[in-house]
Design a protein around this ligand. Structure first.
Ligand SMILES: Nc1ncnc2c1ncn2[C@@H]1O[C@H](COP(=O)(O)OP(=O)(O)O)[C@@H](O)[C@H]1O
Ligand SMILES: [Mg+2]
Length: 226
């Protein structure tokens, strides 16, 4: 079944397929869906791998819906298949922010980054950590909305530390992918974050700076036992 789907991205954790709505969900409807399938990790003990993929699939689907409820644009989740380890979700037609951010004019760039900052604040206020804030995981639609995807490393947490890490990781991503505009881009993200988060924002922004000055931050995947 899977072999017939159209593969659009082969990742370390997951494969993504783009398919017509009707083919996957057997219901009437136009448009396309994305099917994200978590792939086995051969180096893990089989039982553990199954449990991890199952819980990550369920968690990611839940976070996509929670984020939407918090006012952050995310794809609609149509189906969570814990046996097949897959999420069927709305296909967001647009451009990866990674591909377009450097090409925008200064005012437009600032606007998009402010939106991103506001949306991160909305997530954080709702107790959600994205876990992988890079511009690859953001899609800019032609109506100006910025969709967040890939909550595969996310979770529920309201600590200053995890919120600070989220911001810090985005800063690092901007520095490595958009180095020419990184300083201005991050400043705009922070200005949006501050405006949306309100009281308490400063403590988190300062924590992000502190995390940076601590030196090398160990990524979530590397912190774990595997
Ligand atoms: N619902 C979606 N609609 C459109 N594009 C998507 C959607 N979900 C993911 N993508 C695109 O596919 C890429 C990979 O998906 P992602 O969930 O980030 O997988 P990975 O965990 O492998 O990074 C994303 O960077 C994004 O550009
Ligand atoms: Mg991704």
């Amino acid at each position: 079944m899977e072999a017939k789907l159209m593969l659009i991205k082969k990742g370390a954790e997951a494969n993504l397929y783009l398919e017509p709505f009707t083919k996957v969900l057997h219901q009437a409807g136009g448009g396309k869906v994305i099917v994200k399938t978590r792939i086995p990790k051969r180096y893990r003990i089989k039982d553990l791998d199954l449990r991890l993929r199952e819980s990550r699939t369920a968690l990611e689907a839940g976070l996509l819906s929670d984020a939407k409820r918090a006012g952050v644009p995310t794809p609609i989740v149509y189906e969570v298949d814990k046996v097949g380890m897959r999420i069927v979700m709305e296909f967001i037609e647009g451009a990866q922010v990674k591909q377009v951010l450097d090409r925008l004019g200064p005012a437009e760039m600032r606007k998009v980054c402010r939106i991103i900052g506001k949306q991160i604040a909305k997530l954080h206020r709702a107790g959600i950590i994205h876990g992988d804030l890079t511009t690859s995981n953001m899609i800019l639609k032609s109506d100006g909305k910025v969709y967040f995807v890939d909550f595969g490393l996310g979770g529920h947490d309201s600590s200053t530390e995890e919120r600070g890490v989220d911001l810090h990781l985005l800063k690092r991503a901007l520095q490595s992918t958009h180095f020419r505009i990184a300083t201005r881009a991050y400043a705009a993200v922070i200005s949006g974050y501050r405006a949306e988060f309100g009281k308490g924002a400063e403590e988190i922004i300062n924590r992000a700076k502190e995390i940076e000055s601590r030196g090398r931050y160990v990524a979530k995947e590397e912190r774990a036992w595997h």
